[in-house]
Design a protein around this ligand. Structure first.
Ligand SMILES: NC(=O)c1ccc[n+]([C@@H]2O[C@H](COP(=O)([O-])OP(=O)(O)OC[C@H]3O[C@@H](n4cnc5c(N)ncnc54)[C@H](O)[C@@H]3O)[C@@H](O)[C@H]2O)c1
Length: 349
């Protein structure tokens, strides 16, 4: 099969979907892999690295989209959507519940689009997990940075020092992103609370670090924590659907001045009421003295790590699609969002 890998168009996005190591394996299986020129540069991979393993460098997007299968990182931009054609397969993060315009465009183009974030194996989302892990860690890095007075924050050091209180971090969601955020915040010395609707998820986290406080989610429990909280990190997910709006405007108003909200779930519309998506050029905006961070492509800032992690997990599925297994592979089918102009994934209907 002919496989195309475009350069990502999203602002300051540095990832490439497949590393040279992965391309080498596809070429060994007799596939033709077209890579848009310089697509790997921000992840530290040069055209020469791809040429060395048998990939072909092409000069523009039109040439990449000649491929039968396009593998990329983020949802396609309009320039890419216009190049998609009937029966072509697109495999990437799509987050269509939060991107109705992209959904409509994919239906119009009659492509088969598979979303990394809904591919399900035994109830888990293996193609979302590594990026959630990275996003969880980065959420803590960012909040620590924007808590600094020089960046508009309350001037709180998350870990505190002798004679001072520790900073308090509240994490909503004890899944992959929530786990990584909680463990990172705890490692920095913060006092960490995690709320989730699943006792099993909370128990799993508690087994890893017993100093983290956990509780079943309720608005009352959250309201009681917020007046003394320095950072809230939203990391809940309902697979394929819009995120539940857990942090209402009333709850946000309970935070003191200069505190930070990071909504990792912004790619699924956000779990913070009225939050606006941001980007890496300007990750934060301030409203009523609260800093809001809602970058939809957090892992794009650490593309070397992210591209390696992503490429590793998607490669087996790219191989299966390229072998023509899409029509009879139940795991691949769990990722199909749209096909032949129709919505397939139940969360989008
Ligand atoms: N912004 C980014 O760059 C970026 C990157 C990666 C992942 N994400 C997003 O991070 C979010 C979390 O992903 P994940 O992989 O950690 O998901 P996950 O499925 O591992 O965990 C989600 C958790 O949310 C909990 N939850 C769901 N609804 C809830 C509710 N109403 N109340 C309390 N808890 C609830 C679930 O029980 C689960 O434990 C997703 O929206 C994902 O798309 C964003």
């Amino acid at each position: 099969m002919m496989i195309g890998i475009p350069r990502e168009r999203k602002l300051l996005e540095g990832r490439i979907a497949l590393t040279p190591k992965a391309v080498a394996e596809l070429v060994a299986n007799h596939h033709v892999v077209l890579i848009e020129t310089n697509a790997g540069l921000k992840s530290g991979y040069y055209n020469s690295d791809y040429l060395a393993v048998g990939g072909q460098i092409v000069q523009n997007l039109t040439d990449v989209y000649r491929a039968e299968l396009v593998v990329k990182v983020k949802e396609p931009v309009i320039e890419e959507i216009n190049l998609l054609r009937k029966n072509q397969i697109l495999f990437c993060y799509l987050h269509l519940a939060a991107n109705p315009d992209v959904l409509k465009a994919l239906l119009r183009q009659h492509v088969t689009a598979l979303a990394f974030e809904t591919l399900t194996v035994n109830g888990h989302l293996p193609l979302l997990a590594p990026m959630s892990a990275i996003a969880g860690q980065l959420a803590v890095h960012l909040s620590a940075q924007y808590l600094q007075q020089i960046n508009g924050g309350a001037g709180v050091l998350l870990g505190g020092v002798m004679g001072t209180a520790k900073g308090r971090v509240v994490v909503l969601g004890a899944g992959v992103a929530g786990n990584h955020a909680a463990l990172m915040a705890s490692a920095l010395g913060a006092e960490v609370y995690v709320l989730d609707k699943s006792q099993e998820a909370l128990n799993h986290l508690k087994r890893q670090n017993s100093s983290i406080f956990t509780a079943l989610f309720s608005e009352e429990a959250l309201a009681a924590l917020l007046p003394q909280t320095d950072v809230v990190i939203g990391a809940v997910l309902i697979k394929g659907a819009n995120a539940p709006r857990l942090l209402t405007k009333n709850l946000q108003a309970l935070l003191a001045k200069g505190r930070i909200i990071v909504d990792i779930a912004i790619d699924q519309g956000g779990c913070v009421e009225d939050i606006q998506a941001t980007d890496w050029q300007q990750p934060t905006y301030w409203r009523n003295d609260i800093g809001y961070i809602a970058v939809t492509n957090l892992p794009g800032a650490v593309p070397r790590t992210s591209a390696q992690a992503l490429s590793e997990v998607i490669l087996p599925y790219v191989q299966n699609i390229a072998r023509g297994e899409l029509s009879h592979d139940a795991i691949l089918q769990s990722a199909i969002a749209v096909k032949d102009g129709k919505i397939v994934h139940p969360a989008l209907i």
